[in-house]
Design a protein around this ligand. Structure first.
Ligand code: SF4
Length: 286
């Protein structure tokens, strides 16, 4: 950054950045993971068929919805029974081995969500729940939705729920591009200090936190800006050449077992057998 150039999170004031590329952090990270998958998900139309939802995806969606709706209850109604009712209403058997398997997991997840909520202050209403935000960053308008924004003594804290069965890495909050974007976007939206980001692992209640500095936030936004520059190029390549473009090589690896688009990708199929629909909850040696 030169002395004359505004910081990336301040460039929305600069007229030369007024035709932004709209993108979510997920779009950016999908491209980094696998350019072919990015093409399937964001450029090919109609979108290629995806595999049906897997059990761990269903669990993730249900838990997020229950934790969202929890804050709509009056404080006196925020009880374990209310959580169990909300979870039962949102539950789906899709992706589970059979109804008994689904019922076992519904009971287990209900317990985990109740325990997680026991570990937080349920009387303090968050500043935001599933709050949509956006932030101009260089050539892009980044958009996203934040699980929860806590107000802790006037300081705003980003909370992102995680439902994977795997424990979180200690560095996960520090290196997360979406969390840094959320913090910068919330600072701008509420004109309040927001530098702390937290990952809340619902199955265990573990919290992985990181406190950003202005410099570390700007580094993350510069990373986003750099990925956007690549996306602008590859999108243009797709516009000109369609699926014949060489800008979307497959990147086979462990992710291919879980890829929604693997049936369209011979290289990904060669990387290993598809994961079983419930394998994200109960790993097998398949
Ligand atoms: S199967 Fe693997 S290589 Fe193919 S699109 Fe999916 S992630 Fe990429």
């Amino acid at each position: 950054m030169t002395a004359e150039q505004p910081a990336l999170h301040q460039q929305f004031d600069d007229p030369i950045y007024r035709r932004p590329y709209r993108a979510s952090p997920t779009r950016l990270l999908t491209y980094l993971d696998c350019p072919r998958r990015y093409r399937f998900a964001y450029l090919d139309r109609p979108t290629p068929t995806k595999v049906p939802p897997r059990a761990h995806t269903v669990v993730g969606v249900v838990v997020h919805n229950v934790l969202r709706d929890f804050w709509d209850l009056a404080p006196g109604q925020r009880t374990p029974d209310a959580v169990a009712r909300s979870l039962a209403a949102a539950w789906s058997d899709v992706g589970f081995r059979d109804p008994a398997h689904s019922a076992t997991w519904r009971s287990r997840i209900t317990q985990e969500v109740v325990e997680y909520l026991r570990g937080i202050d349920r009387d303090i209403q968050p500043r935001g729940v599933e709050r949509s935000v956006n932030l101009p960053v260089g050539r892009a308008l980044l958009t996203g939705r934040i699980d929860r924004i806590d107000d802790r003594g006037g300081e705003l804290v980003i909370v992102d729920y995680k439902t994977s069965r795997k424990p979180l890495d200690d560095s996960a909050a520090r290196v997360s591009l979406p969390l840094a974007f959320y913090a910068a976007a919330v600072s701008r939206l509420f004109r309040a200090r927001c530098v702390t980001v937290e990952l809340h692992h619902v199955p265990t209640g573990e919290v992985i936190a990181h406190e950003h500095t202005d410099e570390s936030l700007d580094r993350k936004l510069a990373e986003a800006d750099s990925i956007v520059a690549d996306l602008i190029d590859v999108d243009q390549s797709y516009e000109q050449q369609g699926a014949a473009s060489t800008a979307f090589p497959p990147r086979p690896g462990p992710l291919c077992r879980w890829c929604d688009f693997r049936e369209h990708c011979p290289e990904g199929q060669a990387a290993g057998p598809a994961a079983l629909p419930w394998e994200g909850l109960e790993p097998t040696s398949a």
